[in-house]
Write a protein that binds this ligand. Structure first.
Ligand code: NAP
Length: 221
């Protein structure tokens, strides 16, 4: 990113930099080395936010030990904030009980077909910000008739309605697109509003349908 940042014309303080600790580096020494390597590749001294990518609850490294290393990394000034990704309620509970340090963010799969209410509610109760990955379910929700009806009524696309729904629920969204017009479309979310009934109707589309792996069993390192 050092080069990419220079090419973008943006200043460092105009970019919020999030990175994740990769699955193969949960042991302390590996984590410290991976962090140094990431920072060096990025060309910065610290990330704004650094996350454990997956809890990997079935592997032989305890994610609570990895969280202790993340605390060390934050305390050394290598990350301004630390958080987690794909952590379920029992995983989060163990972090509180065993370290007392609450993650700033839990980045989890959330979209109208997987509203992930229990994890979001636990986060809200404990001051953890939910960040919704695959916020439009990689496009799978975009043809939904309920979203289409709302989109037609408010004069927006189904992608914009879905992203606005996330924001009104209080979650952070980061849709991915390599298409310039879609990137621009996905930013135009702050000049319209959904009614409470619209938000509820979209939440009612939940079918607990994941596009990605189940965090309780995912063990790829
Ligand atoms: N923490 C984790 O474990 C985890 C797991 C998965 C994903 N993520 C992250 O979450 C972010 C987003 O997730 P994602 O890429 O899986 O899914 P997504 O953002 O829900 O969907 C991306 C797909 O939707 C298309 N798209 C984007 N905007 C659109 C629009 N306005 N209209 C129509 N199509 C649109 C994109 O196509 P084009 O690109 O062709 O325009 C792409 O195919 C990524 O940064 C990803 O790295 C995190």
């Amino acid at each position: 990113m050092g080069d990419a940042l220079a090419a973008s014309g943006l200043e460092r303080d105009e970019v919020f930099l999030t990175s994740k600790l990769t699955n193969g580096a949960h042991r302390r020494d590996d984590a410290l080395r991976a962090t140094d390597e990431s920072l060096e590749r990025l060309g910065v001294d610290a990330m704004d936010l650094y996350l454990i990518h997956w809890p990997l609850p079935t592997i032989d490294v305890d994610f609570v030990d990895t969280w202790k290393t993340m605390i060390e990394i934050r305390d050394a000034g290598r990350a301004r904030a630390i958080g987690v990704s794909n952590f379920q309620v029992p995983h989060l509970q163990r972090l509180f009980d065993e370290t007392g340090v609450v993650p700033a963010v839990n980045q989890i799969e959330v979209h109208p077909y997987l509203t992930n209410e229990a994890v979001r509610a636990f986060g809200a109760e404990h001051g953890i910000r939910t960040e919704a990955w695959s916020p439009i379910a990689q496009g799978a929700v975009l043809g939904d008739p309920v979203l289409q009806e709302i989109a037609d009524r408010v004069g927006r696309t189904t992608a914009q309605v879905t992203l606005r729904w996330h924001i009104q629920r209080g979650d952070v969204v980061f849709p991915k697109s390599i298409t310039r017009s879609r990137v621009e479309e996905n930013f135009r979310l702050f000049d319209f509003e959904l009614t409470g009934d619209d938000v509820a109707a979209i939440s009612a589309l939940n079918r607990d349908e994941r596009t990605g792996p189940d965090p309780d069993t995912f063990d790829m390192v």
